[in-house]
Design a protein around this ligand. Structure first.
Ligand SMILES: [Zn+2]
Length: 402
């Protein structure tokens, strides 16, 4: 199934469509079994929550994210307000593809083209130069990571795919694995992983213990997304080739729309599943119906409503773990919190950096709202989240001009 689902980003529309149809057909044969699993897992979570004195199914996830309900509601409210902006992006993408409305199988259709290949040295120089503009500390740190060979970047046989960063606390350093192929996508991945390494560095420099460094998912991506944003904005600023701009913006918008719009649909879905599962077991058709309505409520007229994806619940693994309820909105928090901080950096410039480093050093030690408070930011109100979404809105504007 993952191989089939990966075809959603195939350049050929008929391949994407046939993959979508084959996927739907295949799930039909497994849906009752999967529904039974989902009923079992959600039932277990509900029983445990009750015995533990939890208010509702959200309670544990809010604690694990070190958030509070006010923050969650403020963020969700701003996300909801931003749907028309994302629908504009979907409609424009449909137009560029020569269609009236976007079908589900076109959401991940590749757009634009970049032929630009970055050699390893060019990638290093581009990252170090632009990190330097953000803060000389960050630039010097990235240079050190490259110079000291902390990054295993080459592709070779037998090596695992993807990219990640791990801290090596004993020597107060980090190591990065990536599969560098010269594309801009990989340059931005390197910047992302170096952001994680810089996050570790801030904690090491402040002599935080291992326990003090244990960061919730909501805050773990703050530095990585910030670094990714720095290089993406730099790449956009230096090109006028419309195909290249389109490719870079599409990657950004696709990711942001998934993290805001699709994540919201998954949140609505899970909420209703928990509420109804508390009263009775649900059939696979009922679960499909909940998913489809959640997609209509979020994607709205951005998509062709004849071709949604009611089986989205079948393959997201966290739905099937009683310890990972609502493993969705923390993704939105991560993106929007980092983007919101980037908005503040744009306003304040260099004097933002010392406080930012302090924040990164203490992400394991306080609730998100308290950390933000030190910046004079109130994340319990919609404004912070709306400002962050406005940055994404500017990218939508530029995208819609292409
Ligand atoms: Zn990351």
């Amino acid at each position: 199934m993952p191989a089939l689902i990966n075809l959603r980003s195939h350049p050929d529309e008929s391949v994407r469509r046939r993959a979508y149809e084959a996927e739907n057909q295949a799930w039909e044969g497994a849906k009752e079994t999967l529904a039974a699993c989902l009923n079992g897992v959600k039932g277990e979570a509900l029983t445990l929550d009750k015995k533990r004195g939890r208010e509702d199914a959200l309670h544990a996830s809010i604690d694990a994210a070190r958030m509070d309900r006010e923050t969650l509601n403020a963020m969700l409210g701003a996300m909801k307000d931003s749907f028309p902006m994302f629908r504009r992006y979907f409609r424009h993408k449909a137009k560029l593809l020569g269609r009236e409305k976007l079908a589900w199988w076109d959401i991940f259709a590749p757009m634009g083209k970049t032929d630009k290949v970055y050699s390893w040295d060019e990638a290093r120089d581009f990252i170090v130069e632009n990190f330097n503009k953000f803060s000389p500390d960050l630039g010097a740190f990235a240079k050190r990571a490259f110079d000291k060979n902390w990054i295993d970047g080459e592709q070779r046989e037998g090596k695992r795919g993807g990219a990640f960063c791990m801290g090596v606390a004993a020597v107060k350093e980090s190591r990065i694995l990536s599969n560098y192929d010269g594309s801009f996508d990989q340059v931005s991945t390197l910047a992302h992983e170096l952001g994680h390494a810089f996050h570790n560095e801030c904690a090491y420099a402040a002599d935080k213990t291992q326990l003090q460094q244990s960061t919730p998912m909501t805050l773990a991506e703050t530095a990585s997304i910030m670094c990714e944003t720095v290089v993406t904005e730099a790449a956009l600023a230096q090109t006028n080739d419309p195909q290249e701009v389109l490719a870079i913006l599409e990657a950004q918008m696709n990711n942001a729309s998934q993290v805001v719009v699709d994540i919201y649909s998954r949140y609505l879905f899970e909420k209703e599943v928990f509420e109804r599962r508390a009263k009775a077991e649900l059939s696979s058709d009922e679960i499909n119906d909940i998913m489809e309505r959640a997609q209509k409520a979020t994607y709205g007229d951005g998509l062709d409503e004849r071709y949604l994806q009611k089986f989205m619940w079948t393959w997201k693994p966290h739905y099937y773990s009683s310890g990972f309820s609502f493993y969705n909105y923390p993704y939105a928090f991560g993106l929007l919190f980092a983007t919101g901080l980037y908005a503040i950096y744009q306003k304040r410039g260099a004097d933002f950096v010392p406080e930012y480093k302090q924040l990164l050093a203490s992400t394991g030690q306080a609730r998100a709202a308290e950390l933000a408070d030190k910046f004079g930011i109130n994340i319990r109100t919609k404004k912070f989240w709306a400002d962050s979404l406005a940055i994404i809105g500017k990218r939508v504007d530029r995208y819609c001009q292409l």
